[in-house]
Design a protein around this ligand. Sequence first.
Ligand SMILES: NC(=O)c1ccc[n+]([C@@H]2O[C@H](COP(=O)([O-])OP(=O)(O)OC[C@H]3O[C@@H](n4cnc5c(N)ncnc54)[C@H](OP(=O)(O)O)[C@@H]3O)[C@@H](O)[C@H]2O)c1
Length: 296
Amino acid sequence: MPPAAGVRERILVTGATGAVGSELVERLRERGAQIKAGTRRPDRARARFGSGVEVVELDYDATETWDAAVQWADRVFLVPPPFDPTSDERLVPFLDWAVQSGSRHMVLLSAMGAEARDRLALRRIEQRIEGTGVGWTFLRPNIYMQNFARGFLARSIRDHGTFRLPADGARVSFVDGCDVAAVAAATLSSDDHFGRAYTLTGPEALSHEQVAGLIGAALGRDVRYEPGTEEELRAQLRPEHWPEDQAETFAGLMASIRGGERSRVSSDLADVLGRDPTTFERFVADARQAWVRRGS
Ligand SMILES: NC(=O)c1ccc[n+]([C@@H]2O[C@H](COP(=O)([O-])OP(=O)(O)OC[C@H]3O[C@@H](n4cnc5c(N)ncnc54)[C@H](OP(=O)(O)O)[C@@H]3O)[C@@H](O)[C@H]2O)c1
């Protein structure tokens, strides 16, 4: 049953300290939505959102945390743990619980191309949601621009003016995670997006060399991209304590980039938001602090 006119629905945002989840909480707050921010790290979420957002502890692996989050929620934004090749085994029991508890709309953060890969955990989650009978919306973003501004890539650019990935010269239509959050906010605010799947990309496909050039131009110093091998990628991830199966998922993603599967530009984002997606140049201008050494 759709809610009566004027009734504010209650939205649970999972992964609330993640790249998209944290932005989504801010956007829903600006819209005056009733939200709970679900996270394994409530202190971190409270520090970010302040007192205006209700934060609730939520861990897919800890069933005792589920009720406080889902028994309240009409709509759920679902963030699967990243790079986990078995994320469906962790997420499906949780989403089933949410549906049984009365949630009537699931917006899933999936990934570009999931529809063509039945063996992908994200596709299995999509299929499960389709089978529950609730309203659903799938967001299928390409790789986020934000990945260059966090983790080992950001550190490598900041400290050495270079980054290495096994992408060869392939192009990628990187998307701004803030745009993904904006689409999520729009789709969580009405029933108009039920049964829809959106492929979310940036406005252009760029090579990693072009990415390095744009970051370097914003910083006013030389930044270089070095094409590497998958073995070199695994070696980079080891000191970062990436579990082996997640490193393999990362390597698989790079293979899909080299195969050209990540270069398509989609109009879905502009269709939902009524504006063009953010350019890499714009993103870099806003994110430049991520690559600036402290004290310089
Ligand atoms: N990164 C990309 O470029 C990209 C592109 C396309 C699609 N995606 C997809 O988007 C999804 C999320 O990736 P992301 O890069 O956005 O990750 P992210 O920024 O690291 O956010 C993921 C969030 O998942 C939550 N999480 C992890 N394990 C959890 C658990 N056991 N219980 C509850 N929450 C848990 C964490 O939230 P808390 O720490 O707040 O608990 C974490 O912040 C993945 O499925 C990925 O395939 C990512």
